[in-house]
Unconditional design. Structure first.
Lengths: 97, 258
């Protein structure tokens, strides 16, 4: 049984650490299908109680921005400080903002 | 011999040996699984099983009390210092890894029994066993999910994976009868409200196996002649190699620690 990695697609793994916060990208696993990708992600990324919820997404299903487009995509936001809600005071009770 | 306490020791060791020997077989597979992710998955199953065995061996040691030299019997005593005929695991879990389909088939046929077994043991009249069952049920539910997933994927996969999975199930089927055997140990402990009823566990096992094999497009084998003896200390030939490898380090360096 010599495994060949190319046979199994790559899956992106997202872990939610606790209720109320977002899923965060944690890494990737190889798996033959979604169910086993979920199980492999469980074994690799939540074995020390890191999560309460898991998502897996086939890596090929993710459309990513091109690093070469970085200036056009992101620089125009740099000088628009009025978009930041800096004049609002955040109450202490609000966590995870 | 023959007292309820002796029966309980035998009963507890049968469960502990079942977990430990299956774990040892799984650990032999590490670095041989199709992918490193599956190496991780199988070693996680093995770690759960070793944890179960430790709890059961510790309990057996408490039940047995000190040996003739006054030393308490520890979990290491049961794992490393007993002889082959003193191990009481069913033959299924000592069957060799042959190929990945055999690893998965063995695991699935075991897990499909272990889940209803431990579910029933949660209401055991023995408080220690009931407490161990509460922890073990969650682990076993995951084990079954994993092994069942693979049975379905291999069975309903390529022509070769289907053929190998069917071959493994056909080969391992002869060892499944022993999982539900009853002798005076089981009967006395069922009567005492300690042990799970093997017939009820077998019904649940059969439903799980039929459903999974059907989904996997595999054929459920006919019940032919069943092999047994492991629960009474009579093992198959490959078992001597397994136990030799498992015990060699502890016996070569008694008392060694990390």
């Amino acid at each position: 049984m010599s495994g060949s990695t190319s046979d199994w697609p790559l899956w992106e793994v997202f872990v939610r650490a606790k209720r109320g916060v977002s899923h965060v990208h944690a890494g990737t696993v190889h798996a033959p299908d979604a169910e086993l990708a979920l199980q492999n992600a469980r074994d690799l990324f939540t074995r020390r109680s890191e999560g309460v919820s898991l998502w897996v997404v086939k890596s090929t299903d993710i459309t990513a921005s091109d690093p070469d487009d970085r200036d056009a995509f992101f620089d125009p936001a740099a000088d628009k400080s009025f978009r930041h809600p800096t004049d609002f005071d955040l109450p202490d009770e609000v966590a995870n903002m | 011999m023959g007292s309820t306490d002796d029966h309980l020791v035998t009963y507890v060791l049968r469960q502990g040996d079942r977990a430990l020997i299956l774990a040892q077989r799984l650990l032999e597979e590490i670095t041989h699984a199709p992918e490193i992710e599956e190496d991780m998955a199988l070693s996680n199953l093995a770690l759960d099983l070793i944890g179960q065995a430790r709890g059961l061996y510790t309990y057996a040691g408490e039940l047995e009390g000190p040996d003739d030299d006054g030393n308490a019997r520890t979990e290491d005593h049961y794992a490393y210092w007993r002889e082959q005929h003193e191990f009481l695991n069913p033959l299924l879990v000592e069957q060799p890894n042959d190929d990945f389909a055999h690893v998965i088939g063995r695991q699935f046929l075991h897990d499909a029994m272990a889940l209803p077994y431990w579910q029933a043991m949660m209401s055991s009249g023995d408080d220690t066993l009931a407490a161990l069952a509460g922890k073990t049920v969650k682990e076993t539910a995951y084990h079954l999910r994993h092994s069942r997933s693979w049975v379905v994927r291999l069975g309903d996969g390529t022509d070769e994976s289907h053929r190998r999975m069917q071959t493994a199930i056909d080969h391992l089927w002869r060892y499944t009868g022993e999982l539900f055997e009853r002798d005076e140990v089981d009967d006395s402990l069922v009567d005492a409200g300690v042990a799970a009823d093997a017939d009820a566990v077998r019904d649940e096992w059969r439903r799980t196996v039929d459903a999974a094999l059907t989904e996997a497009t595999l054929t459920v084998p006919d019940d032919g002649v069943m092999q047994s003896g492991g629960r009474h200390g009579r093992h198959t030939e490959p078992f001597s190699y397994l136990i030799g490898e498992m015990q060699v380090l502890a016996r070569a360096h008694p008392g060694a620690s990390w």
